[in-house]
Write a protein that binds this ligand. Sequence first.
Ligand SMILES: Cc1cc2nc3c(=O)[nH]c(=O)nc-3n(C[C@H](O)[C@H](O)[C@H](O)COP(=O)(O)OP(=O)(O)OC[C@H]3O[C@@H](n4cnc5c(N)ncnc54)[C@H](O)[C@@H]3O)c2cc1C
Length: 377
Amino acid sequence: MNSAPLSSGLGRVIVVGAGVLGTMHAVAARRRGLEVVHLEREPGPRGASVRNFGLVWVSGRAGGPELDLALRARQLWADLGAEVPGVGFRPHGSLTLAAGDAEMSLIREAAARPDAAERGFEPLDAAAAREVNPALRGEFTGALLCTRDALVEPRAVPAALRAHLLASGGYRWLPGREAVEAQPYAVRDHTGEWHRGDLVVICSGAAYTGIAGPHLAACPAPPLRRVRLQMMQTRPFPGRVATAVADGDSMRYYPAFGLPGRAQLGPQAPAAARTRAQLLLVQRLDGSLTIGDTHEYDEPFGFDVDEDAYGHLRDRAQQLLGTPLPPVQRRWAGVYSQVTGDELYYRSPIEPGVVLVTGPGGRGMTCSPAIAEETFA
Ligand SMILES: Cc1cc2nc3c(=O)[nH]c(=O)nc-3n(C[C@H](O)[C@H](O)[C@H](O)COP(=O)(O)OP(=O)(O)OC[C@H]3O[C@@H](n4cnc5c(N)ncnc54)[C@H](O)[C@@H]3O)c2cc1C
């Protein structure tokens, strides 16, 4: 064990954090022929990356750089899906469902965006939406099809990518190691071992103390904030849900729908307004449905989950599917890290040769492969 950082090595990257962002950096580094040492403080990732929907979500992104990043990432996910089937990539698209004329007219506006074709947007009446996704036997006015949206299996992605990296060599996986100190081109883990390389990439997610703490504390204004979301997963649904599904409330949050028609939307249901909820629904490979979400911005966050929000999301899902949901099997909350400014994510050197990459917010699963690519560009 070394007691101090050694001089910089050659062709070697140290990655801290084994969520999707850290893992994608390991993948990107190996693609460039760099040796990778990968540290994770837990036995395996337990943060936002395994708690999310697995939506590779192009539809909601703002036009311009955010859409470009998401489309590049969508391509990289498709490539990875072909190479590593265990990530569960499916190019299934999504339907955003309108309840009433105001939501439908916002959908038509979105479908007339100059970048609508890049997103694969198409407005559909209810009958046409049911042809795309016959599981939608409930009540809705029409839908926005987005053919560029896709799915992966969040609980499987990090382990599938690690298995691929381990099989191809040049990759050292060190679970149960917390990075506690950064110095130029090196980090020390809690056992005292120093790990050195040409670059250290710290992807510590929503952990704002610890290794990222001194840097973040020295920023004149907080560059990052945390957001907490509630989720649930049912037992297997008897039938195929052919696309991801969103309700009209999602158009209140995603920047792609920041169009004049948004001001015409009526008030949200009280439980949805209070918990800033939108319905997103994804069928997992085992047939179960992942359903969410809510948004909590003010810390300290609740340590428990809010049942009214779950009741609202369950009712919305049942209205759209036109059938009772299977029993809920799991409930959880997750926290992601989000930039407070206009950037798409946060990348900042914290020491020479040590860079902190976090803060992609609700687009982190989607954009992670493209963010990692940009780090090495
Ligand atoms: C409920 C929910 C739903 C979401 N849905 C989607 C979605 O469908 N699509 C989408 O694009 N995005 C979604 N997101 C956002 C996305 O999940 C996150 O942006 C993304 O997972 C962030 O990845 P990360 O690797 O930065 O963070 P994390 O997944 O939190 O990983 C950080 C890792 O670093 C480790 N770590 C921290 N400090 C240290 C240290 N000092 N030493 C060693 N290890 C350390 C942690 O243990 C953790 O494993 C969602 C988020 C949530 C919470």
